[in-house]
Design a protein around this ligand. Sequence first.
Ligand SMILES: Cc1ncc(COP(=O)(O)O)c(C=O)c1O
Length: 903
Amino acid sequence: MSVAARASNVRVDQFFTGAEARFDRWRSLLQAARAWEGTARQRPEDEKYQAAITVSFAELRQWEDFFAYPGQALLRSLSERIASGDAGGTARLVQSLSTALLTHSYRSNLTDWEGEEQSPIGLSDRVPGAGEETAPHRPYFEVLVVSPARPAAWSELAQELRKLRRPQDKFIYEPVFVGSFEDGVLATILNGGLEAVMIYEGIPFASSHHNPVLREVLTSHLAASGIGANSVQYGLALAQGLKQLRPELDIYFLSDREVEKVAGDTSAACVRRVFYQVEEPLELHLSILDGIADRYDTPYFDNLQKYAQRPMGTFHALPVARGKSIFKSNWIRDMGKFYGLNLFLAESSATTGGLDSLLEPTGNIKVAQEKAARAFGADHVFFVTNGTSTSNKMVEQALLAPGDIMLVDRNCHKSHHYGAVISGALPLYVEAYPLTQYSMYGAVPLRTIKKALLDLKAEGKLDRARLLVLTNCTFDGHIYNVERVMEECLAIKPDLIFLWDEAWFGFARWSPFYRRRTAMGAAAILESKFKDPAYRAAYKEQEKKLGADLDPKDKSLLETRLLANPDKVRLRVYQTNSTHKSMSCLRQGSMVLVKDPDFHTVEEQFHEAVFTHASTSPNLQIIASLDVARRQMELEGYELVNRAIQLALDVRREVNSHPLISKYFRVLGADDMIPAEFRNSGFVDYLTPGANWATAVKALKEDEFALDATRLTLVCGSAGFDGTQFKNLLAAEYDIQLNKTSRNSVLLQTNINNTRSDIAQLIKVLVEISQGIEKKLADGGTKGREAFASRVKSLMTDVPNLPNFSSFYGRFREDPSSKTSEGDMRSAFFGAYREEQCEHLKLSSPEIDKRLKEGPELVSANFVIPYPPGFPIVFRMCRGMPSGNTHVRRQGTKRDALLNGFS
Ligand SMILES: Cc1ncc(COP(=O)(O)O)c(C=O)c1O
């Protein structure tokens, strides 16, 4: 699709990131300017091009009110050039402005603020860093000022703010002025560079912008997020609304009333500071910088940098510390050259010198973790340097004791199964729905989870059900309705604890779109729901109908949207995330997030679990990168995450609408990945005509499952490739790496690291591969075409069934006749240590098939775990045990499993 077409085609994808849609508008303007410049020389009388650029500029102009750069003066200058017929001057100015925007050079480059000719447009006293070109880099940001003052007064106000700048300021900012509640919301959505907001009391509600597209963005966001001004006090309502959209923003409120009263208003809790408007502008300026410094500050990383610069004599183990054994070596000097000196200067095995101890943090690691807790909306955060594989085991060891029941998605990561081995808890596997055609599983329906809980209740075991573990989102992108799952489960068991394995989903906190579907986002929603008198009243109504103690025999409970008893619930939520998978963190960096009012009751166990699993030699660079990843997300996560989503939507659209690529490849939409019964809102897919931000958010609010757009299942079976083949082809021939494969698909993923160039490369490669297929088909004659069709059929149609969990072998069940299927993983695990109880069979051997058919029963003595994704396909102690209690040891490699079609 051409850039111009994209810019005028208003779709939900454009609303994910103001930045990308904005760049498109500038590219369109540049195209129009070049076209005008080209014709103006030859046919100055042709007014068509001037008219076109006038329209293009008008389209762009309204959106630019929400950004500090290029700002009113440069835009005015551009408008004058267009109006005066100066085609060349227009093209030059548009070129320099769009380059500055695309490269972000205006954030540090003085001349960008002066236009392409560095002409004296009277800006020298207003640009960032003016007069301080030689100063070290100071991060630049923008501050939104929502003011009821006349727009004519804004530039004066801006000048006043700029005068407050001091050479010693660590950061530099430019104000962006808007005049109403609605424009405040729009600016916050569109301008990812905003870090702070000043709201003056007395602002009006309605936007001054009459652009229908802006109106659509606004109304859909307001409706979708429930933001609204419910009183005449729009200022505080705006502060609350903006905090919902972007919790990381610092909000300042300026009032000319009794500020003490405003500050004491509970709705002002989201405001960082309240100022009496006419007082202390310097205080305000310093507060803004202080707020940014608080987020910028990375206590562990900062200290590590200082430590690295100190002349340390090291008499502890760790020869690489300070790098002398490397840089002086005759043989391994290249390692030093490759990694650079700092890596070794920043290595230590000491916990003194301000380096703190990850196992028992009391200093800067503790502060870094507290900052991460603030950023992620948790009560506590624990840094982990051995990946989420370890975080999961820590949480499970801390929360579960032998004999407890742990409800867990059978398709979960291996760490949870090992968590059961370690804790001695009995896993009760709940099944995800199958996506047989694509040889993968979806997520676990809430009905299945409720049924498992009600069955436990019927069997008198509900009190032992302690933890529910679910993967959110799944490897393939299925996102749970986290709020609803917790709410309905708590209706059945008010003290059930939740562990949301968000290994892949840590970034979602920074998307207002996804946040409500994260463990912490949903916990915050439920927390306020349970305090709401209307909720209590609704619960009382339910109690009248269903009773206080739900009857597990009552089948209607499975269909009923259950409410939890707000007076009884204990909302105990844990989340683990592989920070390294979705944020700028070194490999294995992971976090455990805790939001648990009863954490004090498990705190000791939790610390024991940390001691059990954490290395006594944690990697300092991983800890530092966890700290830095938090800084980045708090300062630019909104912009980066929205861009990653945008890029994913671009790939989806380009692949599925490309005339050649779409003949052989397809990215699966929400409708392919989630059966209609789980999409109650009627949402089909992000790319379906008519889909917009509002319909997508409605789906995220209501539907049982949603699809994370950044996880792209690309069907390649229709191009004649199985997943592994295609993955290898991309890696070997095109230097494209990807992660998981299935029988007929590969999983692509976008993250905060991707750029539009990456997407362009992927599309180009798919075009090339498609052309190759076309040529082969054309040259191969009927035989070739038949062979291709039969290969496609075998990959796409003749797909194997996906097995469910069979059962635990009877010996590992307390009561084999019980309706619930939990089993003792630990005994089974260690039972297989007895070599004399095991026999060895090859997984793909006919002997296995024969034994499965005719007995004696087989019991797996090993997990069989293909990687990726690291989710077992065969567990220990699956049915059935051969006579003489012999376990079967898997022989061969994970290749056996792959050959069975399970990759
Ligand atoms: C759902 C899930 N949980 C946990 C993990 C383990 O995370 P890590 O690789 O950080 O140890 C993975 C890894 O792929 C995963 O997919």
